[in-house]
Ligand binder design. Sequence first.
Ligand SMILES: [Zn+2]
Length: 300
Amino acid sequence: MSANTWETGFQQLGDGIYCYITNGKTMMSNCMLVTGDECALVFDVLCTKPLTEAFLQECRRLVDKPIRYLVISHCHGDHFLGANALPEAIVIGHHSLKAAFDQDRATPRMEAMQKRLPHLDFTDATYPYPQIYLTDGCSIDLGNRMVEIRAMGKCHTEGDLALWIPDAKWMALADVLFHNVVPPTISGDIDHWIEVLEGLEQCEAEHFLPGHGPVCGREDVRAMREYLQQVRVQAQLVADGALSMKDEIPSPLEERMIQAGWLETARTIFSTEQYAAKIKGVPYRANMPRVLAVEASRNR
Ligand SMILES: [Zn+2]
């Protein structure tokens, strides 16, 4: 199996811990269910109601406890648009979710997305506004099993949440961790993100569920941190005028990621530009039609 293909679908990760791993491509993210003796918690859902229903159906076949909580890790639709499949759960999210949801709904792009991704059914897409907003994180007792929701600060987005299951040493990181997939950084903070990943390399977790890509260990957290550090190095060259980025030609860093077999390598362009702008102290706004066009040309 090469780096950019892996087993997808429903998987059991441990005692009462299940996940759904997708192929990691556009809008395809991972999610997790963890159960205790009294109830279960779902960390993220998938991007459509039918995909989420398929995941929950498998879970309910194996778990007879009610799913009481749904944690939304961050404001990107691939992690929550299918939440209509779980209307009974109490939704928990970072306090920045409300503004992000409001803003997203004010610029309707569902129709365009449906056209772009005809193989996915966004008919019942929803914005699951949380009942509980978090700033710092919290602990939840699922019945003989405590789990912890951790606020990671601004890494991939304004407010990223992670799920820590101490008795199993599993951590679900959503888009704070990409594995064999280049992360998009344009709504995040690369410097803080690197610091958080450095901390995770030292933490007590032994197994990680990334937001995109297969389950992994500490060495893959390090690989992701090293990638972000290489973005900073390449951005410095761009800021110094020693390297210019071109949409049609992969940069040296993108070449390395292609060689390593990571998916979505065009994202290196925008991360490099974003960080070069930070070095120069100028604002950076990604031109989304250009981002989509470059990504599509690389994936052809
Ligand atoms: Zn995301």
